[in-house]
Write a protein of this length. Sequence first.
Length: 137
Amino acid sequence: MAGKAESRLIYNSISTSERVASLGIKGALLYTWLITHADSQGRMQGKPKIVKQQVVPFLDEITIDDVVELLMLMEDQKLIIHYEDSKGRSLIQIADWWDWQIGLRYRAASHYEPPEGWEDRITSRDEDGKFTRHDVI
């Protein structure tokens, strides 16, 4: 049984995004489901085989070759940033992450390094239980 999922918010405006629509049905599905699998800073592992296993493991209609092509299309549309960290791991950053996640009150630190120039947003609770945001560059 999988662990408890973190909350993710996807606004209905995603269905009218020309960039998302340009990905086609498979790409739009993969992109929106990437959002649900990303960590609190919008990151996840980026190897196509891992993306396939995590995001669409039971959809035979989306192959690993499709995932490779769709991730490149997403990068071309500036929907994701595909990069390597200092350990050589292939990672994905959802480029519009903060546009989709503005409603979240708590944002934990990522287990992955950010891409160059990316600003993380981390929140914590103060002594009174109120949330405080800390931007990290």
